[in-house]
Design a protein around this ligand. Structure first.
Ligand SMILES: Cc1ncc(COP(=O)(O)O)c(C=O)c1O
Length: 394
């Protein structure tokens, strides 16, 4: 056996010992074709693990838009956007994103991950200090590493620490990176105060709205809700794959920023354009979110049901996060619940530090309050001993 093979097997053993094995098995009922008419499934599956907060990934209007785009443009964009890969549907999507979030310009990427890589590497470099909340998503951490900027992480939500770092900066430019709603704890950044600090210190604020768009501010996002739409020193990054039910990502900000990204963001230039079906579906999702703010309202009222039933404080958005302690316990709870027909997510290292593994429940607009309560009661019955263990560990 070669050195690499031995190392791979060792690594697998370590993961197994620590209870952090991840797998890609299909989870029954999570997606795919609806059961054939007349055929009974064993039990309806309630999916509280996906990021499809508004239920738009199976919405007929999105499917129809995607099908029309395939008819018109084919299944792939065929080339980079800066070669021949830009299609009218990309312009349509970017215009809809701007209308929804109240931004002057947008640029679509092939994923939210690529959007974060693109914007931070294009703005970074030795002359730009990058200050990032310590709870930032892996894509923002990787982007900061690739940016060649000096990088400092500030304690989660600690604006006094951020203020001190900004005041001490020696670089001519600074970029502050936060998420509007954090993906692990589900808590919200204080965007108004963070933006004020950035303005005071002539810094640019990059807000990852992956979990905000479609949910916060009646669907228009937390930046819009904070009255910061169109502010020159605030940039949004977004994924099209969560509340918008499609696939892809985007950066929204000034026209000057868009031009800079088209010319320097390597994850935009050296990447094939977003697939037409995904772009068309996301554009349709933007129209629906803008026209139907009650969808975002339903996510938040179902989030309240989840939090109350599970005995945790309600988080800001769709994601409700329940600490369960050790990683193996989180995975075991998720497995037990799956056998009962309820899918939940779990956060384990490396997504969170050891000892604070979490079961992650996402509220959805397309479940009724009664369905949500039924699922949450089942979750709560499995969680009770684990929550006590987690409290004992802390
Ligand atoms: C906060 C945050 N940013 C970025 C991303 C990446 O988005 P995408 O899945 O479109 O690559 C995610 C997805 O998990 C996320 O939670």
């Amino acid at each position: 056996m070669g050195a690499m093979q031995r190392w791979l097997e060792d690594q697998a053993r370590v993961r197994s010992r620590r209870g952090i094995v991840r797998h890609t098995a299909v989870r029954t009922g999570a997606a795919g074709p609806a059961p054939e008419a007349g055929r009974r499934t064993a039990r309806p599956v309630l999916d509280l693990a996906s990021n499809d907060y508004l239920g738009l990934s199976t919405e007929p209007r999105l499917k129809a838009a995607a099908a029309r785009a395939i008819d018109r443009y084919g299944t792939g964009a065929r080339a980079s956007r800066v070669v021949t890969g830009t299609l009218p549907v990309h312009g349509e999507l970017e215009a809809e994103l701007c209308r929804l979030a109240g931004q002057p310009a947008a640029l679509a990427f092939s994923s939210g991950y690529a959007a974060n890589l693109g914007v931070l590497t294009a703005l970074g470099g030795p002359g730009t200090l990058l200050l990032s909340d310590e709870h930032s998503h892996a894509s923002l951490i990787d982007a900061a590493r690739l940016s060649r900027s000096p990088v400092q992480a500030f304690p989660h939500g600690d604006l006094a620490a951020l203020h001190a770092m900004l005041a001490a900066r020696t670089q001519p430019r600074a970029v502050v990176v936060v998420e509007s709603i954090y993906s692990v704890l589900g808590d919200a950044a204080d965007l108004a105060e963070t933006a004020r600090l950035c303005a005071e210190h002539d810094a640019l604020l990059v807000v990852d709205e992956a979990h905000g768009i479609g949910v916060a501010g009646g669907g228009r996002g937390a930046v819009h809700a904070a009255g910061l739409a169109g502010a020159e020193h605030v940039v949004i990054t977004a994924t099209l794959s969560k509340a918008l039910g499609a696939q892809g990502g985007a950066v929204l900000g000034s026209l000057a920023l868009r031009g800079h990204l088209v010319n320097t963001a390597r994850s935009f230039i050296f990447d094939t354009g977003l697939a037409p079906a995904a772009a068309a579906a996301a554009a349709e999702a933007c129209r629906i979110v803008a026209a139907e703010p009650q969808l975002a309202g339903r996510v938040l009222s179902n989030a309240a049901v989840l939090a109350q039933t599970c005995g945790v404080a309600q988080a800001a958005g769709a994601v409700q996060s329940v600490p369960v302690g050790r990683p193996g316990r989180a995975a075991a709870i998720a497995e037990e619940l799956e056998a009962e027909g309820v899918l939940v997510g779990c956060f384990r290292p490396p997504s969170v530090p050891d000892g604070i593994s979490r079961v992650r429940l996402t509220a959805r607009a397309d479940l009724t309050a009664a369905q949500t309560r039924r699922a949450a009661e089942l979750v709560a019955s499995r969680l009770a001993p684990a929550v006590q263990t987690a409290q004992a560990i802390r």
